[in-house]
Design a protein around this ligand. Structure first.
Ligand SMILES: Cc1ncc(COP(=O)(O)O)c(C=O)c1O
Length: 488
């Protein structure tokens, strides 16, 4: 057990946590019993929350009187329960591989409610065409291969969207980054020529983009770019109905935004050597000290977002396009264009949580603790996605008194760099072997996107949970069906 008390602790970054998860974690027995039975790490999902989130997105469409569809970006989570739950609603699924497509079909999502995105091989193209999914084409080559395949196999016509990129900036204020995906907007004619060659096989359903950015201006530029390009399609005899603005609506991970600012100050001081270090081996998340000043850019996710999820979508649609200078929602409404969205991370807000058991606790550098976990950095990959937030401590046996500590979380791979976080996290009291750590809001990308079988370590099971009366019901992910909890 550690001997020396910490000299100075890292400022906290408390996670935002729904009341449902708070209630679940307050259960004295269930979290520990589940990890005891199914092992650490253990992923938990609440399928009903996914539907509540989807409905909140749909409410934005209703509020702005827009028509269109929502596709859950499956890539953000592998859970079968979540896809089955979505199948039982009118919402769609965005699949980015033939495996995800088969998974969605097997979960009961009709082909017509599926959008196939990402790079595609012939298997993915064929199955998408065969089941009547919309194919969101990434390149002219993909359109050509799809057209050839549909013709050769005499399949019914397929609805396609053309993914665009490289929207020309207006003035100097709006950034537009290059992308490896999509047809450059100034080469749209080439894609339309391809559609002309396959008039029977391919029907233009609309134009699309997905931008991996939080920047509202950049997205507004792309929405407007698609709207303007619709006219180009119409002039060539096509009748596109929709634009698909992809995902990227974001999640607010922190409970108290002001903690972010204190943390950022402490990180600056740590980089400059003006306080007890708060990161492993002087890691600076993109910042470094140069002649007494901090240089570089903090390369992390803005965990304290003011507007995220449906609120971000609403803000984007109320934003004025840089050329037309009117709210995007008004332009969409007047042009009778449908708006498709493909949220992943934002739809999974407060849907998932990961429990991990503490294996060992030792003294670490600068008064911190080294906490060895039964999980590795691929099992809880928030850090890889730039999200900095503390885990919650669930002491074995309930209560733990003591002073807050700074702790480095060590993974179970015998690799020097297997740290769950390269920064010390804040814990309210010293953990002990047998305690659990709960990592909040891991549903979107952090629980299984990067999980591997490295070293043949236990890979997390996933469990679906739901509130039932004053308690909880749970089942293995694969055993969940949307009829769960319905009266016979
Ligand atoms: C085409 C496409 N749509 C939707 C998404 C989902 O993005 P997010 O999870 O940020 O909402 C992605 C993510 O990579 C994507 O590539």
């Amino acid at each position: 057990m550690p001997t020396s008390p910490p000299s100075s602790t890292v400022p906290p970054l408390a996670p935002r946590l729904s009341s449902a998860w708070r209630d679940f974690l307050a259960d004295r027995e269930l979290p520990a019993a589940l990890v005891g039975g199914l092992g650490s790490p253990l992923n938990l999902v609440m399928p009903d929350q996914l539907v509540r989130n989807a409905e909140a997105f749909a409410a934005v469409h209703r509020w702005l009187r827009l028509r269109g569809a929502l596709y859950f970006a499956h890539k953000a989570n592998r859970s079968t329960a979540l896809v089955r739950r979505i199948a039982a609603t009118g919402f769609g699924v965005d699949v980015a591989s033939v495996g995800e497509l088969q998974h969605a079909l097997g979960a009961g999502v009709p082909g017509a409610r599926i959008m196939a995105t990402g790079p595609k091989g012939e298997d993915f193209l064929w199955l998408s065409g065969a089941v009547g999914a919309v194919v969101n084409a990434d390149s002219v080559d993909e359109l050509e291969r799809l057209g050839t395949l549909i013709r050769r196999h005499r399949l019914p016509p397929v609805r396609v969207m053309i993914r665009l990129s490289g929207f020309a900036p207006v003035g100097v204020a709006v950034l537009s980054r290059p992308s490896r995906f999509g047809v450059p907007v100034d080469q749209l004619d080439g894609a339309l020529e391809s559609l002309d060659r396959y008039r029977r096989e391919l029907v233009l359903h609309g134009l699309a983009f997905h931008l991996d950015t939080t920047g509202l201006e950049e997205k507004a530029l792309a929405v407007e770019g698609c709207l303007l390009a619709m006219a180009q399609c119409q002039a060539r005899g096509h009748a596109p109905a929709a634009i698909d603005i992809g995902g990227g609506f974001g999640v607010a991970y922190l409970d108290q935004p002001e903690q972010w600012h204190s943390y950022a100050r402490a990180l600056n001081d740590s980089v400059l050597g003006r306080r007890t270090p708060i990161t492993w081996a002087g890691y600076g998340y993109g910042l470094k000290a140069e002649r007494g000043a901090v240089r570089g850019t903090l390369g992390v996710y803005p965990s304290h977002r003011d507007k995220a999820g449906p609120a971000y979508l609403e803000a984007l649609l109320e934003h004025h396009g840089p050329r037309l200078r009117r709210p995007l929602s008004t332009v969409l409404l007047e042009s009778l264009v449908e708006l498709h969205v493909e949220p992943g991370r934002a739809l999974l807000d407060q849907v998932g949580l990961t429990l991990v058991s503490v294996r060992e606790v030792r003294d670490g550098p600068d008064g911190s603790l080294l906490v060895g976990l039964d999980a590795n950095r691929h099992d809880v990959s928030a850090e890889e996605h730039g999200v900095l937030v503390d885990p919650l401590l669930l002491p074995a046996g309930g209560v733990r008194t003591g002073q807050p500590v700074s702790a480095y979380l060590l993974g179970n791979l015998c690799l020097e760099n297997d740290l769950i976080t390269r920064r010390a996290v804040h814990l309210p009291a010293p953990p002990r072997p047998g305690d659990l750590l709960a990592f909040a809001n891991t549903g979107g990308y952090f629980m299984d996107f990067a999980a591997t079988d490295a070293l043949m370590q236990h890979r997390a099971a996933t469990v679906a949970v739901r509130a039932a009366g004053s308690g909880w019901r749970w089942c293995l992910d694969a055993d969940y069906w949307p009829t769960e909890g319905e009266e016979q």
